[in-house]
Design a protein around this ligand. Structure first.
Ligand code: DGT
Ligand code: CA
Ligand code: ZN
Length: 668
């Protein structure tokens, strides 16, 4: 299910409850009904999901542990099976597969050959959907959900929330105050993110819809607005503004309603269409070989039932800039803009910018003919004595002031093409899937001058399996890098690798490896991975430990500063302002202590809200893809969006510097 996500993320998401969080919906689960006319009636992916669901439902219903584990194993076995499932089933070989017993083999065979699910429907009917949703709360598995159900009658998230608030959960044996508090936080997280979509997926849908609408005849322009245009890390719904002559509106709307990939039309009127998009929207809409295409493939491969809502507004061409600006938001930015207009005797809304003396008493469209003409957004801003504000910055975080013509202090935001390399990337030496040479090749084809390798350090292991590079192997990687660098130099190619490490920050704030080993690296990306102890500690202790690590002379870059995974888990408690302040001091003392914007769309950590502070404290920022394969390097694009959102300019970013400058900064 999660196979195509980078392994680092993969691992974290393996935490069962996290997976369930995305699977569990208030509506509960249903067994797939096949639309096919012949076998195979269901796909392997569907079976993997169903077996996993059955295991959870069985556990919720109090079934015996062996049975539960049999379904869990069955699901896992199928997921990792390479041979074609239909062939195996057709040849009656399914029970010969290790990990699949007679019962489950029978169920698989029935589902594949006939499209039915034995007597499983009764199990699906038996468990209240609310109980399934509870299993999605971090820290709360099926076993505990069942205890809560049996002892307190809890069968919904709301009921659990109330019980926690009333203190009814902590006295239960095996629960305690800590769990109770954690569930409340988990519920909050679940609610906050429900119905939101990560930026990468949201933009994929947004661009596809925008493109399909642009191709409709009679459409002059279609543009993405809302949080997608502002590059928020997650997107609630998509907003698209379409410009079209009035006589074409009806035809345009009809064509939009008939686009492929619409799961549901929620409503439409003369100038607005409200839709739910599904995956088919993505097919044939993205250029081959592009980042979008790869993302689309990943999404479709995962067979996710992700949908996203979209609001499309169709307006006359002269109204377009006003409608675009309004629906780009943010609401907070709009409110400030409206006030700026009022201060000048003007009225600003989605229809236009009206001198009050003319439009007085008229409302909405009625006033439209009195608007000042603006051919694009920048003319709207100019009419309010401001420079045009890049959409990413429209969050009412000082941009209105910075944009005023008297001040003109808007930053010149960084662009993806400003980057000359990146410092946090993995190879086959740890958990990456590409070699040093392959990663270097990919970096060169992005036009980069250098690539920093930072494989995991010795301590990192997952379930006992060592992921990090043992001390003894570090020199081998070093030699290989020296050899590659020499080759490029001899050939006159302006490209080199920097040999760094993604070094674990241990719970006490010490860094992994000995001083001696760490001194071999050109740069050390210090990251927290053993989140357990950090998440169970208070902010003060964590902040002290993190600062201790940063103060180590070999420490250069703080990796994914809070450890958050968007929509999955919050980072550990930390006073990031204090950390950044200390890093600023160390920089002014002549050390290089940079902070990373981890550009993986799952993380986007450092948060954009803290970028400005880091800049003020003179802490250099790196935009790092944390790539685990060659295509992962492309993730820097998301990091650049976040840097822009955080007001950063090219000169604030470490990896816009030349190879020579980096060499001197790293003393390499
Ligand atoms: P989202 O969809 O939750 O990720 O965030 P947005 O920013 O896309 O918000 P959305 O879709 O509710 O509305 C799109 C834009 O429309 C929003 O950014 C600003 C504008 N807007 C919506 N409601 C209001 C409002 O009540 N007042 C003002 N001034 N603007 C609004
Ligand atoms: Ca929106
Ligand atoms: Zn990491």
């Amino acid at each position: 299910m999660l196979g195509s996500v980078n392994p680092d993320i993969n691992r974290m998401v393996q935490d069962l409850c996290l997976v369930l969080m995305s699977m569990a919906k208030v509506s509960g689960w249903t067994l797939p009904k096949s639309q096919r006319q012949q076998a195979p009636y269901v796909s392997k992916t569907q079976l993997v999901d169903v077996l996993e669901q059955i295991a959870i439902l069985l556990e919720l219903s109090g079934a015996n542990g062996f049975r539960v584990r049999a379904y869990q194993n069955g699901s896992r076995t199928l997921a990792s099976m390479e041979e074609d499932l239909f062939t195996i089933v057709s040849e009656n070989r399914i029970v010969e597969i290790k990990g699949i017993g007679k019962g489950i083999g029978g169920l698989i065979t029935e589902a594949v050959m006939e499209g039915t699910w034995g007597d499983m429907q009764s199990l699906y009917d038996k468990i209240p959907p609310g109980l399934i949703e509870i299993v999605g709360i971090p820290g709360l598995g099926p076993k505990r959900a069942r205890i809560l159900h049996e002892s307190l009658g809890i069968d919904s998230v709301e009921a659990l929330k109330t019980a926690c608030e009333l203190g009814h959960v902590s006295p239960l044996s095996g629960f305690g105050e800590k769990s109770q508090k954690k569930y409340l936080e988990g519920i909050d997280l679940l609610r906050r993110y429900q119905g939101r979509t990560r930026m990468d997926v949201g933009l994929l849908y947004g661009r596809a819809l925008q493109q399909k609408i642009s191709e409709i005849s009679g459409v002059e322009k279609a543009q993405l607005a809302g949080s997608a245009r502002r590059r928020r890390e997650t997107i609630g719904d998509l907003d698209v503004v379409v410009s079209s002559l009035p006589e074409n509106h009806q035809n345009v709307i009809e064509n939009i309603l008939n686009l492929p990939g619409i799961a549901e039309v929620k409503g439409y009127g003369e100038s607005k269409v409200s839709l739910i998009l599904e995956q088919e929207m993505l097919s044939n809409s993205v250029n081959s070989g592009s980042l979008d295409e790869r993302l689309a493939e990943t999404l479709i491969e995962r067979n996710s039932d992700a949908t996203i809502d979209a609001q499309v507004r169709i307006v006359n061409p002269e109204m377009f800039p006003f409608t675009l600006a309004y629906f780009t938001g943010s609401k907070e930015h709009n409110i400030r803009m409206r006030q700026e207009a009022i201060n000048r005797g003007l009225r600003l809304n989605e229809f236009g910018l009206f001198p009050e003396v003319l439009a007085e008493g008229k409302i909405g469209m009625e006033a439209a003919k009195y608007t000042l003409k603006c051919s694009d957004e920048s003319e709207i801003y100019n009419n309010l004595d401001m420079n045009w504000i890049p959409p990413e910055m429209r969050e009412d975080m000082g941009e209105i002031e910075a944009a005023s013509l008297s001040k003109s202090s808007l930053p010149k935001l960084i662009q993806p093409s400003d980057l000359r390399g990146a410092f946090h990337n993995h190879t086959v030496y740890s958990d990456g899937t590409n070699t040093l040479e392959e990663m270097a090749q990919a970096a060169q084809s992005l036009g980069w001058e250098y690539l920093g390798i930072a494989d995991h350090s010795e301590t990192l292991n997952i379930g006992g399996r060592q992921i990090g590079i043992p001390s003894g192997t570090v020199p081998k990687q070093s030699d290989e890098i020296i050899r590659l660098n020499k080759n490029w130099k001899d050939q006159g190619i302006n490209f080199r690798l920097f040999h760094g490490s993604e070094c674990d920050i241990l719970a006490d704030g010490k860094l992994d490896y000995s001083d001696e080993v760490r001194n071999l690296f050109s740069h050390v990306v210090g990251s927290v991975h053993a989140l357990g102890s950090w998440r169970n500690r208070d902010e003060i202790e964590n902040t002290e430990a993190l600062i201790r690590a940063i103060e180590d002379p070999t420490f250069t870059i703080l990796g994914h500063p809070t450890g958050r995974i968007l929509q999955v888990r919050e980072g550990f408690p930390i006073d990031m302002h204090a950390v950044i302040r200390r890093m600023g001091e160390l920089n002014s003392d002549g050390y290089l202590k940079a902070i990373e914007i981890n550009a993986s769309p799952y993380r986007l950590d450092l948060d954009w809200r803290l970028c400005k502070y880091a800049k003020e404290q003179k802490v250099p920022i790196c935009i790092n893809p944390d790539a685990h394969d060659t295509s992962g390097l492309d993730d820097v694009w998301y990091g650049v969006q976040i840097a822009r959102k955080g007001w950063l300019e090219s000169s604030d970013i470490l990896n816009t510097k030349s190879s020579l400058e980096i060499e001197s900064l790293f003393n390499d």
